[in-house]
Design a protein around this ligand. Structure first.
Ligand code: NAP
Length: 490
């Protein structure tokens, strides 16, 4: 028969602080006095589901335990014994934290089930209940009271104050170059500074700008050794001085003009951050935030898209493309898309394009003129130099050419005397400038979530990768085979 042990207590510390210790599967030799020494096998992260901690107890026993689940939203983890010199069989334990509503305290529930050899039930139940759980409660209380979690030894072995550094997995660009230059490393995420929010990231949006940065096309934004990534979604871990409106446990997303999002824990200015509606999952938020806000400003601020607007969208099955086409169509625009394959054409049609031009080599102007003899009133161009002449040919008189990006190569300077032939206007916008104030950010995200909820954006298309596979995600995006948005999951 399976034995069950259940214990709980209240710890006089905020949930984020208690969780920061407990979620680290290898922290127990720092705070639990029965544990002599512990290490994670195989160089894995100590918060990686599946990792195995290999530890010895002060009484000489030896145990290997595996992390089975870790949920930062529910503050819950589950683990089991893989093998042990103590006769606990089929041992599975769960740790759950909940914030105590009265005061900044934490309710900690610890329970397990296990089998024992006949006759040892009571002895082992008592050992787990008192020797492990109740002693653990007292030990962690002492550890926190002594600031053990706030101090790490420096190189001289002296304890030095550190406000809750948390381990993070980070992807860096080793050198400017191809997708193989993206490498994952272990690092520490320092405590949030004044005005910052530290986020345990679950999903990170991949954007084409990440590729420009990796290639070294915009050196002032990213140096070798730096981390790319402009947006992510996750859960607030803690906040810095002067931050109001966010508390640990809030589900949030952000976008910002300084790269660094390809990691598992990151501090960012609170001004970049928005709360997630309950219905929006982290992966959806990371897939939509930057690209959806881009679609919003393209239509409202630059394209003035309304019923009947003739809109030409390149890469119409891509991340920005599907959102823009679907949303513009919902607003009554007429939408023509270009894509490089028949498969993508089907996706673009399903997302609002009335006609799709399949052209891997940027030959679309005649087809646009065949469909709309007067040309396109608004062109959203993420292609760049290779589509330059064709875009001008496809553009209507008084049309607006929006140079959004340069997937095919940087657009050479545009001569005003060229534009004057069509009284054309040209813009070269950047999304971050359209969410530069809290009001603008709130306004645009509110519209984005509403559009998601009422179906204006269609079903989000998301290709998921692990954070460590960021290079695969980049290779896929560059290969022109991806559809919709790519997201890295931590
Ligand atoms: N300025 C801003 O505020 C802002 C914000 C977001 C995105 N952007 C820009 O918007 C564009 C789309 O971004 P995204 O992240 O959503 O990417 P994406 O559209 O999902 O991927 C890029 C697409 O560009 C097309 N493409 C054409 N020639 C290419 C080439 N030589 N190499 C690679 N791809 C090529 C491909 O579609 P086909 O194979 O179907 O042609 C490819 O799928 C990019 O130019 C990006 O820089 C700008």
């Amino acid at each position: 028969m399976l034995q069950k042990v259940v214990r709980s207590t209240v710890i006089d510390a905020p949930i984020a602080r208690v969780w920061a210790v407990l979620r680290d599967f290898n922290s127990h030799d720092q705070w639990h006095t029965v544990v002599e020494q512990s290490r994670i096998e195989g160089g894995e992260r100590s918060d990686q589901v599946g990792c195995v901690r290999n530890f010895t107890l002060k009484d000489g026993n030896h145990i290997r335990e595996q992390l089975l689940t870790l949920d930062d939203r529910l503050y819950k983890s589950t683990y089991c014994i893989v093998d042990a010199t103590v006769p606990l069989q089929r041992y599975v334990a769960t740790v759950t934290l909940k914030p105590v509503t009265d005061g900044n305290r934490t309710f900690w529930h610890w329970e397990s089930t296990f089998a024992t050899p006949p006759g040892m039930e009571r002895e082992l139940r008592d050992m787990v209940a008192q020797g492990v759980y109740e002693a653990g409660f007292a030990n962690l209380r002492r550890h926190l009271a002594e600031g053990g979690d706030l101090r790490l030894p420096d190189s001289s072995g002296q304890a030095m104050p550190l406000a809750l550094p948390v381990s993070t997995r980070r992807v860096v660009v080793a050198q400017y170059g191809g997708a193989e230059q993206l490498q994952a490393i272990e690092d520490q995420a320092p405590a949030p500074g004044p005005g910052e929010v530290r986020i345990r990231q679950r999903a990170i949006g991949v954007n084409y700008i990440d590729i420009y940065l990796r290639r070294g096309w915009i050196p002032p934004m990213l140096a070798p050794g730096d981390t790319p990534g402009m947006e992510a979604a996750g859960t607030v871990l803690d906040v810095g001085e002067g931050v109001h409106g966010f508390v640990p446990g809030d589900r949030v997303a952000y976008l910002g003009p300084v790269p660094g999002a390809y990691c598992s824990v990151r501090s960012v200015p609170a001004a970049w951050v928005v709360r997630l509606p309950p219905a929006v999952e982290e992966a959806t938020a990371a897939a939509l935030l930057l690209k959806g806000i881009t679609a919003d400003y393209l239509m409202r601020d630059l394209g003035h898209v309304r019923t009947g607007t003739r809109l030409l969208v390149h890469a119409a099955a891509g991340g920005v493309g599907v959102l823009l086409c679907a949303w513009a169509r919902r607003l009554g625009a007429r939408v023509l898309g270009t894509v490089s394959s028949e498969d993508k054409a089907r996706v673009a049609r399903e997302h609002g394009c009335e006609q799709v031009i399949v052209t891997p080599d940027y030959q679309f102007a005649d087809a646009v003129r065949g469909h709309w003899p007067q040309g396109a009133e608004v062109i959203v161009d993420g292609l760049g130099e290779s589509a330059r002449e064709q875009n001008f040919k496809a553009l209507a008189t008084c049309g607006h050419w929006i140079s959004l990006g340069q997937a095919s190569g940087g657009l050479k300077p545009i001569d005003p005397d060229w534009l004057v032939q069509k009284s054309a206007t040209f813009s070269r916008p950047v999304a971050f400038d359209y969410v530069a104030t809290p009001d603008a950010l709130a306004d645009r995200t509110q519209r984005l979530w509403a559009a998601l909820a009422d179906g204006s954006l269609g079903q989000p298309l998301i290709e998921r990768y692990t954070l460590d596979a960021a290079g695969d995600a980049h290779a896929r995006l560059e290969s022109r085979r991806s559809v919709g948005s790519l997201v890295l999951m931590t």
